[in-house]
Design a protein around this ligand. Structure first.
Ligand code: FES
Length: 169
């Protein structure tokens, strides 16, 4: 099931690693026999640094792990955990896969759409929330499930989502 490809947007022309990130990248590279194998952790470091993966960030990652930019782009676009556009302060990732869907994820998605005035991949005007449909979050027994940042919220219904949004304000 595809939720539509979110295409990257322009960002800064060039980027450089911070000193802290540079050390983390070096550490990631040292853990693999070949540099290219570190592409996932290095993409992750880039996303933590800038919140999303701009073309400049992916170029920097490509240079760091010795891969062509096209391959880094291919990896980054494969995983929904990588943001190809800037995201809001709270990234709401709602699981739409079968178990969560059967437990009401579609209803919750419509509720969030209406409440926030945004759809999949969009950010509220105040920059507070980005809403995204994602595939299975591996909490299938406790659906519907939504990941907010690094936190999981399970067994959700409209009232719980409303309370959660209130808390995140
Ligand atoms: S189906 Fe939603 S967490 Fe697996």
């Amino acid at each position: 099931m595809s939720h539509g490809t979110v295409m990257p947007v322009d960002g800064p022309a060039t980027l450089e690693w911070s000193e802290k990130a540079k050390a983390e990248v070096a550490d990631a590279l040292s853990r693999y026999p070949v540099k290219r194998s570190a592409v996932l952790p290095v993409l992750w470091i880039a996303q933590r640094e800038w919140g999303w993966l701009s073309p400049a960030a992916m170029r920097l990652v490509a240079g760091s792990v010795g891969l062509p930019e096209s391959e880094v782009f291919g990896v980054a676009t494969f995983y929904t955990m990588f943001n190809l556009v800037p995201v809001g302060r709270h990234h709401l990732q709602l699981c739409m896969t079968l178990s969560c869907s059967l437990m009401g994820a579609d209803r919750l998605y419509k509720h969030l759409q209406k409440k926030l005035g945004v759809s999949h991949g969009e950010t509220t005007k105040d920059g507070r929330y980005t809403l995204r449909k994602v595939e299975c979050l591996a909490a299938c027994g406790k659906g519907p499930c939504m990941q907010v940042g690094f936190d999981y919220h399970e067994n959700l219904d409209e009232a719980k989502v409303d309370a959660l949004l209130e808390k995140l304000k």
